[in-house]
Design a binder for this molecule. Structure first.
Ligand SMILES: Nc1ncnc2c1ncn2[C@@H]1O[C@H](COP(=O)(O)OP(=O)(O)OP(=O)(O)O)[C@@H](O)[C@H]1O
Ligand SMILES: [Mg+2]
Length: 360
Protein backbone atom coordinates (compact mmCIF):
# COMPACT_ATOMS: atom_id res chain seq x y z
CA UNK A 1 0.00 0.00 0.00
CA UNK A 2 1.16 3.48 -0.78
CA UNK A 3 0.76 5.47 2.41
CA UNK A 4 0.78 8.85 0.74
CA UNK A 5 -2.44 10.66 1.42
CA UNK A 6 -3.71 12.62 -1.52
CA UNK A 7 -6.29 14.86 0.07
CA UNK A 8 -8.78 12.37 1.43
CA UNK A 9 -7.66 9.50 -0.70
CA UNK A 10 -5.31 6.61 -0.16
CA UNK A 11 -3.76 4.80 -3.06
CA UNK A 12 -4.05 1.10 -2.38
CA UNK A 13 -2.08 0.01 -5.40
CA UNK A 14 -1.64 1.39 -8.86
CA UNK A 15 -5.27 0.74 -9.79
CA UNK A 16 -7.41 1.65 -6.80
CA UNK A 17 -7.91 4.46 -4.31
CA UNK A 18 -9.86 4.54 -1.08
CA UNK A 19 -11.85 7.60 0.00
CA UNK A 20 -11.20 7.99 3.70
CA UNK A 21 -14.06 10.43 4.19
CA UNK A 22 -16.59 8.09 2.63
CA UNK A 23 -17.24 5.42 5.18
CA UNK A 24 -20.24 3.37 4.05
CA UNK A 25 -20.43 0.70 6.69
CA UNK A 26 -19.39 -0.22 10.14
CA UNK A 27 -18.83 -3.82 10.91
CA UNK A 28 -18.02 -5.75 14.02
CA UNK A 29 -14.49 -6.41 12.83
CA UNK A 30 -13.85 -3.93 10.09
CA UNK A 31 -15.06 -0.87 8.32
CA UNK A 32 -16.21 -0.33 4.79
CA UNK A 33 -15.23 2.64 2.64
CA UNK A 34 -16.07 3.77 -0.82
CA UNK A 35 -13.28 3.54 -3.37
CA UNK A 36 -12.65 3.86 -7.05
CA UNK A 37 -10.79 2.23 -9.87
CA UNK A 38 -8.46 5.05 -10.93
CA UNK A 39 -8.61 4.18 -14.62
CA UNK A 40 -12.19 3.05 -15.19
CA UNK A 41 -13.69 5.30 -12.45
CA UNK A 42 -15.77 2.35 -11.37
CA UNK A 43 -17.02 2.89 -7.80
CA UNK A 44 -16.22 0.05 -5.43
CA UNK A 45 -16.57 -0.90 -1.76
CA UNK A 46 -13.47 -1.57 0.32
CA UNK A 47 -13.62 -3.62 3.50
CA UNK A 48 -10.67 -2.93 5.80
CA UNK A 49 -9.31 -4.96 8.66
CA UNK A 50 -6.48 -3.97 10.96
CA UNK A 51 -3.70 -6.53 11.08
CA UNK A 52 -2.82 -7.89 14.51
CA UNK A 53 0.02 -10.23 15.31
CA UNK A 54 -1.81 -13.06 16.99
CA UNK A 55 -4.97 -12.57 15.03
CA UNK A 56 -6.53 -14.88 12.48
CA UNK A 57 -7.78 -12.76 9.64
CA UNK A 58 -11.54 -12.89 9.26
CA UNK A 59 -11.10 -11.00 6.04
CA UNK A 60 -8.89 -13.78 4.70
CA UNK A 61 -11.62 -16.28 5.61
CA UNK A 62 -14.18 -14.06 3.90
CA UNK A 63 -12.15 -13.69 0.73
CA UNK A 64 -11.58 -17.46 0.53
CA UNK A 65 -15.31 -18.15 0.85
CA UNK A 66 -16.41 -15.33 -1.45
CA UNK A 67 -13.94 -16.44 -4.11
CA UNK A 68 -15.48 -19.87 -3.96
CA UNK A 69 -19.03 -18.45 -4.26
CA UNK A 70 -18.32 -16.06 -7.14
CA UNK A 71 -20.85 -16.14 -9.95
CA UNK A 72 -23.88 -16.89 -7.78
CA UNK A 73 -26.88 -14.58 -8.03
CA UNK A 74 -26.82 -12.06 -5.18
CA UNK A 75 -23.21 -12.76 -4.26
CA UNK A 76 -21.07 -9.59 -4.34
CA UNK A 77 -18.25 -9.63 -6.87
CA UNK A 78 -14.77 -9.39 -5.46
CA UNK A 79 -12.09 -7.51 -7.35
CA UNK A 80 -8.95 -7.87 -5.31
CA UNK A 81 -7.43 -8.60 -1.92
CA UNK A 82 -4.67 -6.23 -0.86
CA UNK A 83 -2.77 -7.22 2.26
CA UNK A 84 -0.41 -4.75 3.90
CA UNK A 85 1.50 -4.46 7.17
CA UNK A 86 -1.17 -2.49 9.01
CA UNK A 87 -4.39 -3.21 7.15
CA UNK A 88 -5.86 -5.83 4.86
CA UNK A 89 -8.23 -4.59 2.20
CA UNK A 90 -10.90 -6.47 0.28
CA UNK A 91 -12.14 -4.68 -2.82
CA UNK A 92 -15.66 -5.61 -3.83
CA UNK A 93 -18.76 -4.63 -5.72
CA UNK A 94 -20.42 -1.50 -4.35
CA UNK A 95 -23.94 -2.30 -3.20
CA UNK A 96 -26.87 -0.29 -1.84
CA UNK A 97 -28.34 -0.09 1.66
CA UNK A 98 -28.83 -3.13 3.88
CA UNK A 99 -32.24 -4.49 4.88
CA UNK A 100 -32.00 -3.11 8.40
CA UNK A 101 -31.55 0.41 7.03
CA UNK A 102 -34.39 -0.13 4.57
CA UNK A 103 -36.64 -1.46 7.31
CA UNK A 104 -35.98 1.65 9.35
CA UNK A 105 -36.59 3.82 6.29
CA UNK A 106 -40.04 2.19 6.13
CA UNK A 107 -40.57 2.99 9.83
CA UNK A 108 -40.17 -0.68 10.75
CA UNK A 109 -43.23 -1.69 8.77
CA UNK A 110 -43.05 -3.89 5.69
CA UNK A 111 -46.15 -5.12 3.86
CA UNK A 112 -46.63 -8.90 3.86
CA UNK A 113 -45.79 -9.06 0.17
CA UNK A 114 -42.50 -7.24 0.69
CA UNK A 115 -41.62 -9.61 3.54
CA UNK A 116 -42.44 -12.64 1.38
CA UNK A 117 -40.60 -11.31 -1.67
CA UNK A 118 -37.51 -10.50 0.39
CA UNK A 119 -37.88 -13.85 2.15
CA UNK A 120 -37.90 -15.71 -1.15
CA UNK A 121 -34.67 -14.07 -2.28
CA UNK A 122 -33.00 -14.55 1.10
CA UNK A 123 -34.00 -18.22 1.07
CA UNK A 124 -32.60 -18.60 -2.44
CA UNK A 125 -29.26 -17.06 -1.39
CA UNK A 126 -29.03 -19.36 1.60
CA UNK A 127 -29.90 -22.38 -0.52
CA UNK A 128 -27.19 -21.38 -3.00
CA UNK A 129 -24.41 -21.12 -0.44
CA UNK A 130 -25.54 -24.39 1.15
CA UNK A 131 -25.39 -26.04 -2.26
CA UNK A 132 -21.76 -24.86 -2.35
CA UNK A 133 -21.11 -26.54 1.04
CA UNK A 134 -21.01 -23.26 2.99
CA UNK A 135 -23.02 -22.09 6.00
CA UNK A 136 -23.12 -18.37 6.78
CA UNK A 137 -23.56 -18.35 10.59
CA UNK A 138 -24.50 -14.66 10.84
CA UNK A 139 -27.79 -14.35 8.98
CA UNK A 140 -29.36 -10.99 9.93
CA UNK A 141 -30.92 -7.99 8.12
CA UNK A 142 -27.64 -5.99 8.13
CA UNK A 143 -25.96 -8.72 6.11
CA UNK A 144 -28.46 -8.59 3.24
CA UNK A 145 -27.99 -5.63 0.90
CA UNK A 146 -29.83 -4.55 -2.21
CA UNK A 147 -27.88 -3.86 -5.38
CA UNK A 148 -27.36 -0.51 -7.01
CA UNK A 149 -29.09 0.88 -10.10
CA UNK A 150 -30.55 -1.87 -12.24
CA UNK A 151 -29.72 -4.42 -9.54
CA UNK A 152 -31.80 -2.63 -6.93
CA UNK A 153 -34.37 -5.42 -6.81
CA UNK A 154 -31.72 -8.07 -6.20
CA UNK A 155 -31.00 -8.97 -2.60
CA UNK A 156 -27.33 -9.76 -1.93
CA UNK A 157 -25.94 -11.88 0.88
CA UNK A 158 -22.79 -10.33 2.38
CA UNK A 159 -20.36 -10.63 5.26
CA UNK A 160 -18.82 -14.08 5.05
CA UNK A 161 -16.34 -13.50 7.87
CA UNK A 162 -17.95 -16.20 10.01
CA UNK A 163 -18.94 -18.51 7.17
CA UNK A 164 -17.69 -22.06 7.21
CA UNK A 165 -17.61 -25.19 5.11
CA UNK A 166 -20.07 -27.69 6.60
CA UNK A 167 -19.26 -30.68 4.44
CA UNK A 168 -16.43 -31.98 2.35
CA UNK A 169 -16.75 -31.00 -1.28
CA UNK A 170 -15.60 -34.37 -2.60
CA UNK A 171 -16.81 -36.93 -0.07
CA UNK A 172 -19.91 -35.01 1.05
CA UNK A 173 -19.02 -35.85 4.65
CA UNK A 174 -20.81 -33.49 7.07
CA UNK A 175 -18.97 -31.86 9.99
CA UNK A 176 -19.68 -33.58 13.32
CA UNK A 177 -22.31 -32.36 15.76
CA UNK A 178 -20.02 -30.89 18.41
CA UNK A 179 -21.40 -29.35 21.53
CA UNK A 180 -20.04 -26.74 23.91
CA UNK A 181 -19.26 -24.34 21.07
CA UNK A 182 -18.56 -20.73 21.93
CA UNK A 183 -21.34 -18.43 20.79
CA UNK A 184 -20.73 -16.69 17.51
CA UNK A 185 -23.16 -14.65 15.46
CA UNK A 186 -25.71 -12.07 16.53
CA UNK A 187 -27.91 -12.80 19.53
CA UNK A 188 -31.16 -11.33 18.18
CA UNK A 189 -31.23 -13.58 15.14
CA UNK A 190 -29.25 -16.59 16.36
CA UNK A 191 -31.01 -19.95 16.46
CA UNK A 192 -31.80 -21.63 19.73
CA UNK A 193 -29.28 -24.43 19.03
CA UNK A 194 -26.57 -21.82 18.48
CA UNK A 195 -27.28 -20.28 21.88
CA UNK A 196 -27.13 -23.74 23.43
CA UNK A 197 -23.64 -24.30 22.05
CA UNK A 198 -24.41 -26.83 19.32
CA UNK A 199 -22.25 -26.69 16.21
CA UNK A 200 -24.10 -24.71 13.55
CA UNK A 201 -25.40 -26.31 10.37
CA UNK A 202 -27.84 -25.50 7.58
CA UNK A 203 -30.86 -25.46 9.91
CA UNK A 204 -29.39 -22.57 11.93
CA UNK A 205 -29.06 -20.25 8.91
CA UNK A 206 -32.72 -20.97 8.16
CA UNK A 207 -33.92 -20.44 11.72
CA UNK A 208 -32.27 -17.00 11.62
CA UNK A 209 -34.11 -16.34 8.36
CA UNK A 210 -37.41 -17.27 10.04
CA UNK A 211 -36.65 -14.80 12.85
CA UNK A 212 -35.92 -12.08 10.27
CA UNK A 213 -39.26 -12.68 8.53
CA UNK A 214 -41.18 -12.55 11.81
CA UNK A 215 -39.26 -9.42 12.77
CA UNK A 216 -40.12 -7.79 9.45
CA UNK A 217 -43.80 -8.64 9.90
CA UNK A 218 -44.10 -7.56 13.52
CA UNK A 219 -41.50 -4.79 13.82
CA UNK A 220 -39.86 -6.49 16.80
CA UNK A 221 -39.07 -9.83 18.41
CA UNK A 222 -39.93 -10.72 22.01
CA UNK A 223 -36.23 -10.84 23.00
CA UNK A 224 -35.09 -7.81 21.02
CA UNK A 225 -35.66 -5.23 23.72
CA UNK A 226 -34.36 -7.24 26.66
CA UNK A 227 -32.25 -5.16 29.01
CA UNK A 228 -29.69 -6.56 31.43
CA UNK A 229 -26.82 -5.38 33.59
CA UNK A 230 -24.23 -7.50 31.83
CA UNK A 231 -23.89 -9.20 28.50
CA UNK A 232 -23.91 -12.65 30.06
CA UNK A 233 -27.17 -11.80 31.84
CA UNK A 234 -28.60 -10.50 28.58
CA UNK A 235 -27.54 -13.65 26.76
CA UNK A 236 -29.17 -15.80 29.48
CA UNK A 237 -32.40 -13.84 29.27
CA UNK A 238 -32.51 -14.10 25.48
CA UNK A 239 -31.99 -17.87 25.67
CA UNK A 240 -34.74 -18.20 28.28
CA UNK A 241 -37.13 -16.19 26.13
CA UNK A 242 -36.34 -18.15 22.96
CA UNK A 243 -36.74 -21.46 24.82
CA UNK A 244 -39.94 -20.62 26.60
CA UNK A 245 -41.96 -18.97 23.90
CA UNK A 246 -44.00 -21.36 21.79
CA UNK A 247 -43.79 -21.09 18.02
CA UNK A 248 -47.50 -20.31 17.92
CA UNK A 249 -47.10 -17.44 20.37
CA UNK A 250 -44.11 -16.11 18.49
CA UNK A 251 -46.08 -16.14 15.24
CA UNK A 252 -49.34 -14.93 16.78
CA UNK A 253 -51.33 -12.77 14.39
CA UNK A 254 -49.38 -13.94 11.32
CA UNK A 255 -50.57 -16.37 8.65
CA UNK A 256 -50.23 -19.95 9.94
CA UNK A 257 -47.54 -20.68 7.34
CA UNK A 258 -45.04 -18.69 9.43
CA UNK A 259 -45.45 -21.17 12.31
CA UNK A 260 -45.16 -24.07 9.88
CA UNK A 261 -42.03 -22.48 8.36
CA UNK A 262 -40.28 -22.19 11.73
CA UNK A 263 -41.53 -25.57 13.01
CA UNK A 264 -40.27 -27.29 9.84
CA UNK A 265 -36.82 -25.79 10.44
CA UNK A 266 -36.80 -26.62 14.17
CA UNK A 267 -37.64 -30.24 13.30
CA UNK A 268 -34.52 -30.66 11.14
CA UNK A 269 -31.76 -32.97 12.33
CA UNK A 270 -28.28 -31.50 12.60
CA UNK A 271 -27.04 -32.77 9.24
CA UNK A 272 -30.38 -32.99 7.43
CA UNK A 273 -30.80 -31.29 4.08
CA UNK A 274 -33.62 -28.73 4.41
CA UNK A 275 -36.52 -28.96 1.98
CA UNK A 276 -36.01 -25.53 0.40
CA UNK A 277 -38.79 -26.12 -2.15
CA UNK A 278 -41.28 -26.77 0.62
CA UNK A 279 -40.21 -23.58 2.44
CA UNK A 280 -40.50 -21.62 -0.81
CA UNK A 281 -43.95 -23.13 -1.27
CA UNK A 282 -45.01 -21.81 2.15
CA UNK A 283 -43.91 -18.29 1.20
CA UNK A 284 -45.73 -18.50 -2.13
CA UNK A 285 -48.86 -19.83 -0.45
CA UNK A 286 -49.10 -16.68 1.67
CA UNK A 287 -48.88 -14.45 -1.37
CA UNK A 288 -52.35 -13.13 -1.91
CA UNK A 289 -51.31 -10.11 -3.96
CA UNK A 290 -51.82 -11.71 -7.37
CA UNK A 291 -48.30 -10.69 -8.43
CA UNK A 292 -45.63 -13.42 -8.36
CA UNK A 293 -43.23 -12.83 -5.48
CA UNK A 294 -40.30 -12.34 -7.83
CA UNK A 295 -42.10 -9.39 -9.39
CA UNK A 296 -43.24 -7.65 -6.22
CA UNK A 297 -42.11 -4.04 -5.89
CA UNK A 298 -40.57 -3.69 -2.44
CA UNK A 299 -42.14 -1.05 -0.15
CA UNK A 300 -38.89 0.94 -0.07
CA UNK A 301 -38.86 1.20 -3.88
CA UNK A 302 -42.13 3.08 -3.63
CA UNK A 303 -40.55 5.42 -1.08
CA UNK A 304 -37.58 6.01 -3.38
CA UNK A 305 -39.95 6.90 -6.20
CA UNK A 306 -41.90 9.43 -4.15
CA UNK A 307 -40.84 12.86 -5.25
CA UNK A 308 -41.11 14.36 -1.82
CA UNK A 309 -38.70 11.99 -0.11
CA UNK A 310 -36.39 13.87 2.16
CA UNK A 311 -33.29 14.25 0.03
CA UNK A 312 -30.96 14.01 2.97
CA UNK A 313 -32.43 10.69 4.01
CA UNK A 314 -32.24 9.37 0.48
CA UNK A 315 -28.64 10.51 0.21
CA UNK A 316 -27.86 8.83 3.47
CA UNK A 317 -29.28 5.55 2.35
CA UNK A 318 -28.58 5.42 -1.31
CA UNK A 319 -25.42 7.40 -1.59
CA UNK A 320 -23.94 5.35 1.10
CA UNK A 321 -23.96 6.85 4.50
CA UNK A 322 -20.75 8.74 3.99
CA UNK A 323 -19.21 9.93 7.18
CA UNK A 324 -17.22 13.11 6.81
CA UNK A 325 -15.16 12.89 9.96
CA UNK A 326 -13.37 9.61 9.80
CA UNK A 327 -9.83 9.27 8.83
CA UNK A 328 -8.28 5.93 8.16
CA UNK A 329 -5.63 6.47 10.83
CA UNK A 330 -8.23 7.37 13.40
CA UNK A 331 -10.79 4.85 12.38
CA UNK A 332 -11.84 2.74 15.27
CA UNK A 333 -11.45 -0.59 13.60
CA UNK A 334 -13.00 -2.55 16.40
CA UNK A 335 -11.50 -5.98 16.17
CA UNK A 336 -12.87 -9.26 17.11
CA UNK A 337 -10.64 -11.34 19.31
CA UNK A 338 -10.45 -14.40 17.18
CA UNK A 339 -9.13 -17.88 17.39
CA UNK A 340 -9.16 -20.76 15.02
CA UNK A 341 -12.17 -22.98 15.09
CA UNK A 342 -11.47 -26.62 15.58
CA UNK A 343 -13.02 -27.31 12.22
CA UNK A 344 -11.32 -26.11 9.11
CA UNK A 345 -11.97 -22.91 7.28
CA UNK A 346 -13.41 -20.90 10.07
CA UNK A 347 -12.48 -18.37 12.66
CA UNK A 348 -14.44 -17.18 15.62
CA UNK A 349 -15.60 -13.63 15.66
CA UNK A 350 -15.91 -11.85 18.94
CA UNK A 351 -18.42 -12.82 21.53
CA UNK A 352 -21.99 -11.67 21.53
CA UNK A 353 -20.92 -8.57 23.43
CA UNK A 354 -19.47 -6.48 20.68
CA UNK A 355 -22.12 -7.50 18.23
CA UNK A 356 -24.91 -6.51 20.53
CA UNK A 357 -23.23 -3.38 21.77
CA UNK A 358 -23.12 -2.15 18.21
CA UNK A 359 -26.85 -2.31 17.96
CA UNK A 360 -28.96 0.63 18.89
N1 LIG B 1 -20.21 -4.13 -0.85
C1 LIG B 1 -20.82 -3.23 -0.08
N2 LIG B 1 -21.40 -2.13 -0.61
C2 LIG B 1 -22.03 -1.21 0.19
N3 LIG B 1 -22.12 -1.32 1.52
C3 LIG B 1 -21.56 -2.40 2.11
C4 LIG B 1 -20.88 -3.40 1.34
N4 LIG B 1 -20.44 -4.36 2.19
C5 LIG B 1 -20.83 -3.97 3.42
N5 LIG B 1 -21.50 -2.81 3.39
C6 LIG B 1 -22.09 -2.10 4.54
O1 LIG B 1 -21.25 -2.24 5.66
C7 LIG B 1 -21.91 -2.95 6.72
C8 LIG B 1 -20.92 -3.84 7.43
O2 LIG B 1 -20.36 -4.74 6.50
P1 LIG B 1 -20.04 -6.25 6.91
O3 LIG B 1 -21.28 -6.86 7.44
O4 LIG B 1 -19.40 -6.92 5.74
O5 LIG B 1 -18.98 -5.99 8.06
P2 LIG B 1 -18.72 -6.82 9.38
O6 LIG B 1 -17.58 -6.19 10.06
O7 LIG B 1 -18.54 -8.24 9.07
O8 LIG B 1 -20.08 -6.59 10.15
P3 LIG B 1 -20.67 -7.33 11.43
O9 LIG B 1 -19.64 -8.20 11.99
O10 LIG B 1 -21.11 -6.23 12.33
O11 LIG B 1 -21.83 -8.09 10.88
C9 LIG B 1 -23.05 -3.70 6.03
O12 LIG B 1 -24.13 -3.95 6.92
C10 LIG B 1 -23.43 -2.74 4.92
O13 LIG B 1 -24.31 -1.74 5.40
MG1 LIG C 1 -22.19 -7.65 8.88
Amino acid sequence: MNNNHIKNEILLDKNYKLFVNKKIGNGGFGEIFKGENIFTKQQIAIKCEKVKGDYNSLLQNEINILTYLQGGIGIPKIYQFIPSKKYNFMLLELLGPNLDELFRLCKKKFSLNTVLALGLQMLNRIEFIHSRHIIHRDIKPENFLIGKGKKMSTVYLCDFGLAKRFRDKRTGMHIPENNGKKFIGTATFASLYTHLGTEQSRRDDLESLAFILIYFCKGSLPWKTIKAKSNSEKQAKIIAKKMNISINDLCMGLPKEFSIFLQTIRDLFFDQKPDYDYLRGLLNKMNSGGIPLNQVKFDFMKIFEKKNIDNKKKMLLLDNKESKNDHINNVNLSHKSTKSDTNNNSMNKDSINKKEEKKK
